[in-house]
Design a protein. Structure first.
Length: 437
């Protein structure tokens, strides 16, 4: 079947269009933030602070955010998160005087924005099973990733032009409108009653118990989720450093200005878009095949990154960025689809938050290490190290796929009329049963 946003549900269509506008705004603001910090400090290590601040909230608050996502109506979380992000990273930069737009104030704004994003991400992913059928999970995730790729293609190019013709402060103001449009789309989405879980007792001890329930499920009952976290951690260790330091790599390795860096990053978005469209048709693939595909994509990305070390040709670099984008775009939709299939609806928010906790902890380590490597040893050793990290991620993913192929079997898929919460899975008899209905 040929997929498009209109072949899914009416409510998912609203999500898709809202995210497309929002992701373009994100692409505009991301390059503006990174370029602003690097232009006034000249320090790759300080530039990575933006990425570090964006990854701290999932690490600090992730498990508790998971409880909130499981208990609070998804619409309320999605709309409020978008509005907070619009105010913090869109309205405030417009109102602040230019001379008060300091690095410290920017860091604070980025952190608050990141807290709202840390709630928005798991809430959106956990909402997917309420909006589409089970066999459409991977397709829905891939279609959402197309909005990310469109944002990467258009956002940085628009941001580069804006930085060159205006200022990074004025460029950031554009982001407010995109978040408001996204929030407006969520207002009209109709979530089923079953999407809202009954609230807990509200006590601190009850909240901690719910957090522990989530960790128990991941660590003891579903080994495949723990393995996926390991593969994702290796992946984000490398890719987060590359995306954060890319303006530095583009300026130093290829002697690019802000407009050229924006265009080159847009080439990454083209690759991401192409692979996202391809993944829409892979929902019917078995679990082991999808996980092994994650490994092959990481391997291809690693090869392309090593190619950036030896090339000085801008056209060749753009082609490599397309390949890197195609490799990088495979893991997230596939991993999210697996989690949405396996985890019960009452635990999905916590499972996603724990997954993000592992991935973001690894990301913050990668950005710190490679930021230091870039500053002390230069750009080429850093890019080479990032490529090696992707090779290690590929090895872990392929090993996970083989383990799943040997030890797991998928049971009967629920019929169309049944709740599309999970897949029944069977572990080896040497482990405790992990069947969920």
């Amino acid at each position: 079947m040929k997929w498009s946003p209109h072949l899914l549900t009416r409510d998912f269509t609203l999500v898709w269009w809202g995210q497309m506008v929002s992701q373009i705004g994100d692409g505009v603001s991301k390059l503006a933030l990174l370029w602003f910090v690097y232009s006034i400090t000249g320090s790759p290590l300080k530039t990575t602070m933006i990425g570090l601040l964006q990854t701290l909230p999932p690490i600090l608050f992730g498990p508790f955010i998971g409880v909130i996502v499981d208990r609070v109506p998804k619409k309320l979380l999605l709309v409020s998160s978008d509005l907070i992000r619009a105010i913090v990273l869109g309205v405030l930069p417009c109102l602040l005087p230019v001379d008060s737009f300091s690095i410290e104030r920017l860091y604070l704004m980025v952190f608050v924005h990141a807290v709202a994003s840390a709630v928005f991400g798991p809430a959106l992913t956990a909402a997917i099973p309420s909006l589409v059928s089970r066999h459409e999970f991977t397709a829905a995730n891939a279609l959402l990733q197309t909005t990310t790729s469109i944002g990467i293609i258009l956002g940085p190019a628009l941001s580069g032009v804006g930085i060159a013709t205006m200022s990074s402060q004025e460029v950031l103001c554009v982001n407010a409108v995109s978040y408001v449009i996204s929030a407006a789309c969520f207002v009209f989405i109709r979530f089923p009653e079953a999407a809202t879980q009954p609230a807990g007792d509200g006590s601190l001890s009850g909240t901690f118990q719910e957090v522990l329930d989530g960790f128990h499920y991941v660590l003891r009952r579903q080994r495949v989720i723990l393995m996926l976290i390991g593969a994702a951690s290796m992946y984000t260790f490398s890719t987060s450093a590359f995306s954060t330091l890319f303006p530095v790599f583009g300026k130093k390795l290829l002697d690019l200005g802000p407009i050229e860096v924006g265009y080159l990053w847009s080439a990454f978005g083209v690759g991401l878009l192409l692979v996202s469209l391809g993944l829409v048709s892979l929902s019917a693939w078995s679990l082991p095949k999808r996980i092994q595909l994650m490994g092959m994509s990481s391997f291809v990305s690693g090869l392309a990154l090593l190619g950036l070390v030896v090339t000085s040709n801008r056209l060749a670099a753009a082609a490599l960025m397309v390949i890197i984008g195609m490799g990088a775009g495979t893991l997230t939709p596939v991993a999210w689809g697996v989690l949405q299939e396996i985890a019960p609806a009452s635990l999905l928010g916590r499972v996603l938050a724990i997954y993000n906790l592992g991935a973001m902890t690894s990301a913050i380590a990668g950005m710190t290490i490679f930021g230091w490597v870039t500053q002390e040893f230069g750009e080429r050793p850093s890019v080479f190290g990032i490529g090696v990290g992707l090779f290690l991620s590929a090895m872990v993913s392929i090993r996970v796929g083989r383990w799943v192929q040997t030890n797991w079997t998928e049971a009967t898929v629920p019929a169309e009329g049944e709740a599309p919460a999970v897949v029944r899975v069977t572990q080896p008899t040497s482990h405790s049963s992990a069947s969920v209905s």
